[in-house]
Ligand binder design. Sequence first.
Ligand code: GLN
Length: 538
Amino acid sequence: MKFIFISGGVISGIGKGIATSSIALLLKSAGYKVVPIKMDPYLNVDAGTMNPIEHGEVFVLDDGAETDQDLGHYERFLGESLTKNSIATQGSIYLSVIQRERNLEYDGECVDTVTYITEEIITRIKEAGKSKNADIVLIEIGGTTGEYQNMLFLEANRLMKLKNPGDVSHIHITYLPIPASIGEMKSKPAQMSVRDLNAVGIQPDMLLARAEKPLDQNRIKKLAISTGLEPEDIISAPDVASIYKVPLGFEDQNLTGRLLDKLGLKREEKDLKEWKEFVEKIDKAKEVVKIAIVGKYFSTGDFTLADSYVSVIESVKHAAWVNGLVPEIHWVDAGKVEKNPEILKGYQGIIVPGGFGSRDIEGKIVTIKYARENNIPYFGLCYGMQLATVEFARNVLGYKDANTTEIDPKTEHPIIHIMPDQEKKLLERNYGATMRLGAWDCILKEGSLVKELYGKKDISERHRHRYEFNNEYKEEMEKAGFSIVGTSPDGKLVEVIELKNHPFFIGTQFHPELKSRPLDPHPLFVGFIKAASKIKAS
Ligand code: GLN
């Protein structure tokens, strides 16, 4: 098995996840079985307990692992579903070691960081490879070189390389700024970030040079001299209009060939055909489809709204392109809609995505009412489905106080409520990895729009929530025209709802956005965008 470490320098947010995903795709298309693993420096055991404003989206896998948004990029570029073996936080690594220590598994030895933590890191990397029978494991090291947080990951890299030099490679992603006052691309920070790596015993085999613009020969020469790399091993990675073009830029500079050479591998095949055709579709799309995503407005923090909903955004894009359309996504502040729903006028489709807590809930409910009454395609994802249910109970059944018990535990009409097992977990303050998580089977109703869109009745989708539709209201709601069109196989959990006599009004208890792939867009998003394209924009 071969191992490629990927680190980042100079700044955070440099695009390590996209670069890792792109390299994974290129190696896969060269004929190799590739598995990526993200090593995150933080001490949270998983991403599930982190605020999305702080950390971005929590990406859930089939096996229920609550992971970093980069796992979403890996799955989308590779077109494969990953497992919990593809994520390891420093917290989970320490936890395993400390649990073993508590069980006396170290035979009374002093449990040192360097030996046992690095050993655990190496074990996780190898397990990731074994879990998929991979030829190549790509290890994305979170954080930025030079900081303390990710030092142990780099030490594990150094140790692995010492033992098996021919099997281990390192790609460093660095950044060349163009300060406005100078107007020239500067290479010093990049040189320094390589120096930081050298200081911990790692010489990169390749540099990915991120910058606003492509690198010129001068810059490449300078970097080559200062880092001891061949100019051909310095890959220019300028900003591009679409992340999906990144692999093609790397391929044009022969990244795959150079990398395979270093690892002593031959190119088995070369097939980026499908990917190229997909990218052509992006360029060919002309007509715009205008979609509003209505949520609480996050304006502060390192992460923006876009980071919190990256899978929703990508799913909309995949579906637009496959329909030959240019996606135009607008963020609409639910608080503003509450004051004036007319600001929703002109959008061709409305999404209320997943969420937690009470902020701007009423604005989201006003949004859903607007979409329902004005025949605007509506797609509710998880919380967006639950709130569509609340809206219907309030405004069609007339239960003015209907609510989810997440917001109002004392409501007389708990149309969305919590199951006893979930309630127990909350009372025990047992929050980590305890929601309804991961892949659940669902059966769709004959004759429903969802069944038609999926083209089959047995589906499996990913979940992440605590609250559920309250079956006591099932009959009443259905009589009033609210269709329950997808349930768990035992019929007890409501998974999909839709409204008849509406161009598109669907809510899913699951998160379809977690399974949309560029080469295989999600059927519900495709249906939603198609319906939206038939609405007049303004
Ligand atoms: N807050 C809701 C719940 O816990 C919805 C969660 C979500 O949208 N992911 O059930």
